[in-house]
Design a protein around this ligand. Sequence first.
Ligand code: NAI
Ligand code: MG
Length: 354
Amino acid sequence: SYFKVGVIAGDGIGTEITESAIQVLQKLADVSGSFVWEFTHYDWSSDKYLERGWYMPEDGLEQLKRHDAIYFGAVGSPKVPDHISLWNLILPIRKTLTQYINLRPTRILPGTSSPLKSCQIGDLDWVFVRENSEGEYAGHGGITEVAPGNAIGTELAIFSQAACERVFRFAFDTARSRPRKKLTMVTKSNAQRYGMVLWDKIFWEIAKEYPDVETDKMLVDAMTVRMTLHPKSLDTIVATNLHADILTDLAAALSGSIGIAPSSNLDPTRRNPSMFEPIHGSAPDIAGKGVANPIGALWSAAEMLRWLGAGREADELVKSIETVTEAGVRTRDLGGVATTKEVTDTVCKELENI
Ligand code: NAI
Ligand code: MG
C-alpha cells in the first residue's frame, strides 16, 4: 500500500515527538516492506504565525483533504494567546474535516505504574469516546461591554440530536467490540438543564439498540472520584468535548503520564482524512531539551496505521513500545532517565525483530 500523510509538527515538543513518530513509521515501513509512506510536511506553527500572520494558508484545509491521514504534533506557544493558536489550526481541522469522534485509549504500560497505590496493570484499561465537533467547543458566544467597565462573556454549548446520536452509536459500537461490553456516559444534567438533558435523553434512546451493552451514567464531578478510587469499574466512556478533554488528561496521569496518551480524531464516514496526535500539548516547560516522552506520539502513529488498514503493523508497534517500557528505557515523566531519542532509537531497534 501507499499511504499519503500530511504532517503538522507544530510547536514546542510537537516538533520533537513528530520527528520521533516519523522515524519509527519509516522504520516500520522498511522492516515490514508492506507499505510505503509519502509524508508531506506543513510548517504551520505559532512561530510562523508571528512571522506571516497566518497559521494555515487559505486553501490549507483543501490541501489536507488530499491525504489519507493527517499526523499532528501539538500547537501552542507562550508568545500567542492559546485561543488564537487552537482556533486557527487544530479546531478548524477537526471541525471542517468532520472528525466528530476523538478516540482516546488509556492503560498502564508494562514496566510503568499508576500513581494510584493499589492500581495494577490491567486494573486501568479505558477507552474514552470524546464528542469532537460541538458541545462546549462549538465556538459560539461573544464578549459585550454592557456598560463601561462591565463586560459579559458568553460561551454557548451546542448539543444537536444528530451529533449526539452519531457519537453515542460510535461509543456503543466501541464498547461492544471490547470484552466487557460496558459503557459509561458522562454528563452534568443536574446543573445544566437543556443541552445536557437532551444529551442524556438521546443516550438512553440509542441504548435500546444495544441491549447487550451494559450502561451507566455518571455526573462529571463524581466521575473524577470514580476514576481515582474505582478504576477497575470503568471500561468504555463517552463524554462531551469539554468533559472528555479534562477527564482524559486525568486518565493519562492515572495511567502513568500524560506523555503516553494517544488520540485519533476520526471521520468514521471516511469522507475526509482522520488526524492522529498525542493528547498532550506543546509543553513549553520542557521544549527543546530532548526529554519529551515520545510514546503518546508513537502510540498515535500506531492508531493511524490501524485506521489505514495496517492492523498487524499497528499491533507490532504497540508491542515494541511495551517491550521498551518494560525494559526500563523510559523518559523522566515515567521515572526514567532516557531521552526522547533514546526511547525512539530503542523502539526502532525493537522493530527489527518483528
Ligand atoms: P501540556 O500537555 O503541553 O503540558 C502539561 C504538562 O505535562 C507539562 O508539565 C509538560 O511538561 C508535561 N508533558 C506534556 N507532554 C509531555 C510529554 N510528551 N513528555 C513529558 N512530559 C509531558 O499542557 P499545557 O502546559 O497546559 O499547554 C501547553 C500548550 O499546549 C498551550 O499553549 C496549550 O494551549 C497547548 N495545547 C495544545 C494541544 C494540542 O495541540 N492538541 C493540547 C493541549 C494543550
Ligand atoms: Mg486537552
